[in-house]
Design a protein around this ligand. Structure first.
Ligand code: LLP
Length: 383
């Protein structure tokens, strides 16, 4: 539910726009950092979830590091004042330019996803007479039990180094004089709501850590990635249970005294602090279907079209009335997949009503596009 103050503020604004609740973001960050502090865990914010400058400022002030997946994300993190010593760079396809720039910035670590990439980083670091810190991203073949499009830790996925390639990887690490091995990295998928999945991950992390130790490597960093999900069906339950999440890693990781545990959380930190606010352009009542046509489409929020992702849809203008009519809620883009929800039970809706698509803070704004030559996004921040 939105407050009357929010509703009257929204009524005067041009739509669609991303609404960000910065208080909620702050509360979420506080909850995460307090829960992590108990075990001395290190949290990096996965910038890919949302790199809006206003949000990044708050996230940096909360003391988090940055997890980046492109050279531009590394650049932006540093511009925003994130400490280079807390910046990690992952991704299966780092270009030479991106590697070179990150070497120049002395970032904390490259999370390396193939043996060939190790060789390239070694070669580029040698030209600069630098030592590059690397963690090996291992594909642990753990099922994240999430949507198959956002699963990353199975043998069939392109991410990380498979276990059968680890002996060759260890040999390469020993031969590469410009590389400093600092640890191992995992990320098995996103929107993980079954915490048991993380127990399975911990078991695999322990095995791989021991494997490297037995071969004479010092595994200083265990980076277990991100993936903690949010409750899209109950956007009012806004802060994920970070305490339960971190406790699993404390209970199941066989952490050595000299080891650090690192996380890369995106969605759990920013997902619930935003809604996409849109206006109803038209209502088409048909024989078999009623359609609500919004002024926001897949160009503003791509997740439903791309992954059939669920975002709760609310008629803010009529929020005090009872829901009584089923509508397909669609956008204006010339694509049939431009649909936010089918058979959604809503209050009887009219042209001009404001509709909120909830839980859009993660992978919303960042995945928007200009398809159909759509307008620039608009934002409203509330504090
Ligand atoms: N670390 C790595 C290496 C990643 O690839 C990702 C996300 C994260 C951390 C952060 O994951 P999170 O905590 O946000 O789940 N566009 C999709 C999600 C793609 C996630 C990609 N990787 C969606 O809209 O659901």
């Amino acid at each position: 539910m939105f407050s009357n103050k929010d509703r009257s503020q929204f009524a005067d604004l041009e739509t669609p726009f991303y609404y960000y609740d910065l208080n909620l973001l702050q509360e979420t960050l506080n909850s995460c950092t307090e829960a992590a502090k108990v075990y001395d865990f290190h949290v990096h914010y996965a910038m890919k979830a949302n790199f809006n400058t206003t949000l990044l400022k708050k996230i940096r002030l909360a003391g988090l590091g940055a997890d980046c997946v492109s050279g531009n994300e590394v650049k932006k993190a540093l511009e925003m004042g994130f400490d280079a010593g807390k910046v990690v760079f992952a991704g299966v396809g780092k270009s030479d330019k991106e590697i070179n720039e990150s070497l120049d910035q002395d970032i904390f670590c490259f999370n390396v996803e193939s043996i060939q990439e190790l060789e390239v980083i070694n070669e580029l670091a040698a030209k600069k007479n630098k030592i590059a810190k690397v963690a090996i991203r291992i594909n642990p073949n753990v099922d994240a039990h999430t949507h198959h499009n956002i699963t990353t830790g199975l043998d069939e996925n392109k991410f990380g180094i498979n276990s059968w390639d680890l002996p060759a990887c260890a040999d390469t690490l020993k031969q590469c004089a410009q590389l400093e091995f600092i640890g191992i990295h995992f990320h098995i998928g996103s929107q993980i709501t079954n915490l048991d999945v993380y127990k399975n991950l911990c078991i695999r992390v322990n095995e791989f850590s021991q494997w490297f130790e037995e071969r004479g490597f010092v595994v200083k960093v265990l980076n277990v990635g991100g993936g903690l999900g949010i409750d899209y069906h109950h956007p009012e339950q806004q802060i994920p249970d970070f305490t339960a999440y971190f406790k699993i890693f404390n209970d199941f990781l066989e952490k050595r005294d000299n080891q650090e545990v690192h996380f890369e959380l995106g969605r759990a930190l920013v997902g619930q602090c935003s809604s996409l606010i849109s206006k109803v352009l038209y209502v088409k009542n048909g024989k078999t279907k009623n359609f609500i046509i919004l002024d926001a489409g897949m160009t503003e929020l791509m997740r439903p079209a791309l992954y059939q992702a669920y975002h709760q849809i609310e008629n803010i203008t009529k929020q005090d009335a009872a829901a009584s009519v089923k509508y397909d809620v669609v956008g204006p883009i010339c694509e049939s997949t431009d649909c936010f929800g089918k058979e959604v039970l809503l209050q009887e809706t009219q042209r001009g009503d404001l509709i909120a698509l909830r839980s859009t803070g993660a992978y919303g704004e960042v995945m928007s596009s200009h398809y159909n030559l759509r307008e620039e996004l608009r934002f409203v921040f509330s504090e």
